[in-house]
Write a protein that binds this ligand. Structure first.
Ligand code: TYD
Length: 218
C-alpha cells in the first residue's frame, strides 16, 4: 500500500500575496520531483466552481451569512470527497489555496457567526479531515489594501463580493487567523510584510524538512 500523501494549505487575508508564493511552492516541488496537486477553495471541482460563482458574484450582495457558510461547506464537501481524499490515498501531495481556516477567519471572525456552529459546518464538510501543514501569510489589512489597490490599478481587476468588505471586517478576519495560529501547532505563521523572495525563503525553510522526510521514506 502507498504511503498517504501530504495535505498542505495556504491561508491569509486577501492581498497577502498567496498567489506569488503558490507559484514558488509549485516550482519547488516540481524541481524536487514531487507530484503536487494545486486546488483552491471555494472551487477545485466542477460543482465547487459553480458554487464559487454564486459566493463571489458581485450581484449577490443580499446573501445572508448563514447562506454563505453553508455554500462554503457544500463546495468543500464536494472537494474533499471528489478530489482530496482519493488523491491523498494514492500518496499524492496537495496544496490547497484556502481551506476551513478561512471559514473560521471569515465567517466566525469576520461575519461574527457563532464559532461552535461554524465548527460543526466544517466537520460536516470535511468528515474530520485536517491539513498536515498550514502556511499562514500574516499581513496588516492596511498594507494588504494598498497592495490590492495598486494591483487593481495596473491589472484592472475588480474586487469580488467578499473583498468589498470594510476594514473592520478585514481586521476581525486577521485577528481570528492570529488566534488560530497561536492555538494550533499545524499552522506556521509567515510574515508576509517583506519582499516576496524573503517570504518565499521562509516558506522554503518549512517545506524542506518535509521533502527530505518524504525522500527518506521512499
Ligand atoms: P479568492 O478570489 O480565491 O480570494 P484569494 O485570492 O484572496 O484567495 O476568493 C475567495 C474569497 O472567499 C476570499 O475573500 C476569502 C473568502 N472565503 C471565505 O470567506 N470563507 C471560506 O471558507 C473560504 C474558503 C473563502
Amino acid at each position: 500500500m502507498k504511503a498517504r500523501g501530504l495535505f498542505i494549505t495556504i491561508e491569509g487575508i486577501d492581498g497577502a500575496g498567496k498567489g506569488t508564493q503558490i507559484d514558488h511552492i509549485c516550482s519547488y516541488m516540481e524541481t524536487e520531483g514531487i507530484e503536487l496537486i494545486l486546488l483552491r477553495e471555494p472551487g477545485g471541482t466542477s460543482i465547487g466552481e459553480q458554487i464559487r460563482g454564486i459566493l463571489l458574484g458581485q450581484n449577490n450582495a443580499e446573501m445572508k451569512a448563514m447562506t454563505e457558510l453553508l455554500l462554503f461547506a457544500a463546495a468543500r464537501a464536494q472537494l474533499v470527497r471528489e478530489v482530496i481524499e482519493p488523491a491523498l490515498a494514492e500518496g499524492k501531495w496537495i496544496l490547497c489555496d484556502r481551506f476551513f481556516d478561512s471559514t473560521l477567519a471569515y465567517q466566525a471572525g469576520g461575519r461574527g457567526l457563532d464559532r461552535d456552529m461554524v465548527q460543526q459546518s466544517i466537520l460536516l464538510a470535511t468528515g474530520g479531515l485536517e491539513p498536515d501543514l498550514t502556511l499562514y501569510l500574516d499581513l496588516d489589512p492596511d498594507v494588504a489594501s494598498e497592495r490590492r489597490a495598486r494591483r487593481e490599478e495596473s491589472l484592472g481587476n475588480e474586487a469580488d463580493r467578499i473583498e468589498r468588505e470594510d476594514m473592520i471586517f478585514k481586521r476581525a478576519v486577521r485577528a481570528e487567523y492570529l488566534r488560530l495560529a497561536a492555538e494550533l501547532e499545524r499552522i506556521v505563521t509567515i510574515d508576509a510584510g517583506g519582499d516576496p523572495l524573503s517570504v518565499w525563503y521562509e516558506i522554503q525553510q518549512t517545506l524542506t524538512p518535509l521533502v527530505q522526510k518524504h525522500r527518506g521514506g521512499k
